[in-house]
Design a protein around this ligand. Sequence first.
Ligand code: FES
Length: 269
Amino acid sequence: GTGATSAGRGDGGPAPRRATIAARTLRTDRWWLQPAITVAALLAFVVYATVRAFQNAHYFSEPYISPFYSPCLSTRCEGDTFPELFTGPTWISPAIYILVFPLGIRLTCYYYRKAYYRSFWLSPPACAVAEPHRRYTGETRFPLVGQNVHRYFLYAALLINVVLFYDAVLAFRDETGEWGHMGLGTLVLLVNATLLALYSLSCHSCRHVVGGRLNNFSRHPLRYRAWTLVSRLNARHMQWAWASMASVALADLYVLLLATDTIRDVRFF
Ligand code: FES
């Protein structure tokens, strides 16, 4: 035989090494722009959401509740729209109890994984740009193997979506509880609930739950229909991710501005 020199040429030896190029990348375009924008946008959201979640104030302005504080599980909430499940200490913001679910679904989301592996981890930052890490173990070990819990966060998110629609329905009342009111805030909550639902429904795990593990679509016409629909939404999952993240922050901001008397709600009727 040809021995070591033929390694990687079909004789079962190790794969051939890459060309030895000293430069980290030969790309001359602005490949760093997209990861940089991703870092800036995600950090801005995380800082805003953290401040608001811990603030424990200005999250309710009759009849609107901020999506950061809904569902409110403890008795410590202003403007309760949800059955109180327990009494928490006053110093714990009611947003903290539910924070884990939206945080969990976004952190383990297939799209956000791509986004933060590239932009924060630089693993790799862009196509044809070498990553700084020497070893690659994928998502096979702790802690990244934990990304597998994603589907459970999806189930929780779908339940929360229902509550947010419920909040939007309650926003068709006025300050005195009379039905038939509609303000800009009603629209804000409704659009936000819709975008968040589209984000959950377009989820890759959702697509699998709906149409995965079937050998034969012709025997499951309903699931096939649902799968086709989810697949269509799924193609835009990244867009739903960003749109719903922006809308949840804007909906919260709108309630904050109302609750602090900075602005007044626009009334349609
Ligand atoms: Fe993004 Fe499931 S893949 S929410």
